[in-house]
Design a protein around this ligand. Sequence first.
Ligand SMILES: [Zn+2]
Length: 174
Amino acid sequence: MSRIEDGGRGSIAKEGASLSSSTCMFCRIISGDERSFTVYHGDSVTAFLDKYPASPGHLLVVPNAHYTDYLEASDDVLCDLAAMTRVAGKAEKKALSADGVRVISNVGRSAGQMIFHLHIHIIPTWEGEVPFSWFTHRSEQPESEYREIAASLSASIREILAYEAEERRRADHG
Ligand SMILES: [Zn+2]
């Protein structure tokens, strides 16, 4: 097991895990110790822009607790991630007029995983663009671009969450 209690800096690695939250890039982003363009921060999951986007608006959704990869996480965590992945994908279509999205989670170095904190890529796609290859060079973008995209994605995510909460309320009250 590689789960680490999400107790902030200096948290204790459980059952032989060697990674502490202070050395994991994504744990540092979640705790706010590392800068990122975060578009959603909830009780169990966080979403932020990939620093090296495969396309503009490329988001990562991660659990707030540290798990090495998709296969290590509990079903509860995966359910929360799946729900946020759906919302993030809708936001990309809505806010960025994406025609589609790719949802990917790499497990292990051979699959292309670079950061060993479970994350799901939500990559917007547009008709007529050259299909994205995982091994294409991905470069850092100007900060103004991240800021603008993050603002519109986070507004869209809030809208979708509010709309869905309202729909649920309506359904509950018949
Ligand atoms: Zn981590």
